[in-house]
Design a protein around this ligand. Structure first.
Ligand SMILES: *[C@@H]1O[C@H](CO)[C@@H](O)[C@H](O)[C@H]1NC(C)=O
Ligand SMILES: *[C@@H]1O[C@H](CO)[C@@H](O)[C@H](O)[C@H]1NC(C)=O
Ligand SMILES: *[C@@H]1O[C@H](CO)[C@@H](O)[C@H](O)[C@H]1NC(C)=O
Ligand SMILES: *[C@@H]1O[C@H](CO)[C@@H](O)[C@H](O)[C@H]1NC(C)=O
Ligand SMILES: *[C@@H]1O[C@H](CO)[C@@H](O)[C@H](O)[C@H]1NC(C)=O
Ligand SMILES: *[C@@H]1O[C@H](CO)[C@@H](O)[C@H](O)[C@H]1NC(C)=O
Length: 272
């Protein structure tokens, strides 16, 4: 990892990102009826297999992809919906096979966590439009997050924390209005925070420590009324610390702003 501002706290940050993700994911899962004969949407099979091929990873066929179809085995085991967070299943997917009267499965969760995957994020990934959860944290992914991310309109949990991604953040991230948790800390992005992120009205957790972004916190962030956690350490943020953090983010429980270039004086009645 070539994160120049790496500190040991990043490890802790990641732990928090992932455990936050895990807790929220569990709370959301509901039992889904599963048909034994259901098969994965063929376009998703092609996309997943192609992404995995480029990343040189495979399913463990004793866990999932047991039939050669990705949505099989533990991937469709609705009796244990916490498996996506289980470190013993990695890489891993979870499917929802309730489509077309229980004959078609869509991939709803994808985890490729800490598998030393290198290279860019293949475009095919952005055609997995049923994803609600995408965890690509702790790899060596390079290149940008493209505008095609706007395709994943159902995403609630998204982390690319601790990779080598670069370029400007796509403003299209602001179209992912189902997002509850967004983590892109520990990367080499450039430019400022897109004002469009202020449209993420359901966002509860935003982790951007050491992400490479700089500039002012956009005024549109005043609209992030559901934000509970905002961690933005070592990101060259500048300007005044906005008053709306104290005034409008009424659900905030954890704020981390150390290692920035803010102008004083601070009027925040909140520990940072
Ligand atoms: C980060 O990206 C910048 C370009 O924006 C580049 O000059 C620099 O070498 C990159 N740093 C690392 C550690 O990859
Ligand atoms: C699965 O397919 C077989 C053969 O096509 C059929 O006999 C069986 O009833 C199907 N099971 C379900 C749950 O649809
Ligand atoms: C699933 O198994 C099929 C058949 O062996 C294989 O071609 C495919 O690459 C596997 N997919 C994944 C994601 O491992
Ligand atoms: C976006 O999703 C559609 C399917 O809904 C797909 O046809 C298209 O190729 C996707 N775009 C990218 C860049 O993957
Ligand atoms: C999202 O935010 C941008 C910039 O803040 C704004 O111009 C745009 O109208 C917003 N889009 C929606 C759908 O609210
Ligand atoms: C922020 O709070 C102030 C004072 O309560 C209120 O007037 C303003 O409308 C709020 N802004 C947003 C974007 O919700």
């Amino acid at each position: 990892m070539s994160v120049s501002t790496w500190t040991s706290s990043l490890v802790l940050i990641l732990f928090w990102c992932i455990s936050g993700l895990a807790g929220m994911a569990q709370a959301q899962v509901s039992a889904q009826p599963q048909a034994t004969n259901a098969t994965t949407d063929p376009s998703e099979v092609r996309a997943l297999n192609s992404v995995f091929e480029k990343w040189k990873i495979r399913a463990n066929p004793s866990q999932w992809n047991t039939t050669g179809d990705p949505c099989s085995g533990a991937a469709i085991d609705s009796s244990d919906s916490t498996k996506i967070d289980d470190t013993g299943y990695n890489p891993f997917i979870i499917c929802d096979c309730s489509y077309e009267s229980g004959s078609i499965c869509h991939i709803t969760k994808l985890k490729v966590y800490d598998l030393e995957v290198t290279g860019v994020i293949p475009d095919e990934l952005w055609s997995l439009t049923f994803l609600t959860s995408l965890n690509l944290a702790l790899n060596y992914l390079t290149g940008p997050l493209p505008a095609a991310i706007a395709n994943l309109t159902r995403l609630q949990y998204f982390t690319v924390g601790i990779n080598d991604l670069s370029g400007e953040l796509p403003k299209e991230l602001g179209q992912l209005t189902e997002l509850r948790s967004l983590a892109f800390g520990g990367n080499n992005f450039s430019g400022s925070l897109p004002s469009e992120l202020g449209n993420l009205s359901k966002l509860q957790q935003l982790y951007i420590d050491s992400s490479g972004v700089s500039g002012e916190i956009p005024s549109t962030f005043a609209k992030l009324q559901n934000l509970q956690i905002f961690w933005a350490r070592y990101v060259e943020l500048s300007g005044r610390i906005p008053d709306f953090i104290g005034n409008n983010w009424s659900k905030l429980t954890s704020l981390r702003l150390l290692g920035n270039s803010f102008e004083g004086p601070y009027h925040l009645h909140f520990p940072i």
